[in-house]
Design a protein. Structure first.
Length: 130
């Protein structure tokens, strides 16, 4: 520090003033004023609609039962697939009271004990938490 003071004494007044102003400005710019801490409210996790839960369960249950899904159109509520050569259709429909009606149909399935319908229904209920 003594060398700096000696150097500053040898410089003309305006240059010394400019250097001192720059030194003060750099020291002040290093200071940061942090805002008052604010706790953000965490948004509630979005819960899926009844239809979304039923749709996901129906699609998953089809996979669990071994159905190879060919078409899954959420907007129309229609899932179509094949299991051992038999056509399978699953239809979901939201009713006026907000509940969801789910229909499973595999008329040409030759599976017995349990039938394909029973296997799909058990998988669907398991996925729905029933």
């Amino acid at each position: 520090m003594p060398h700096l003071m000696t150097l500053l004494r040898r410089l003309p007044g305006p240059i010394t003033a400019s250097l001192m102003a720059g030194l003060v400005a750099s020291l002040i710019s290093g200071c940061v004023a942090y805002p008052y801490p604010y706790t953000y409210a965490q948004p509630m996790p979005a819960t899926p609609s009844r239809f979304d839960r039923a749709w996901d369960a129906a699609l998953g249950a089809a996979a669990d039962a071994g159905v190879q899904v060919g078409v899954a159109d959420r907007s129309s509520g229609q899932i179509n697939g094949v299991k051992a050569g038999a056509a399978v259709s699953i239809r979901l429909q939201t009713l006026a009271d907000g509940s969801v009606q789910v229909a499973f149909n595999a008329p040409n399935s030759l599976e017995t004990s349990p039938t394909l319908n029973e296997r799909w229904l058990a998988a669907y209920n398991r996925r729905m938490g029933r």
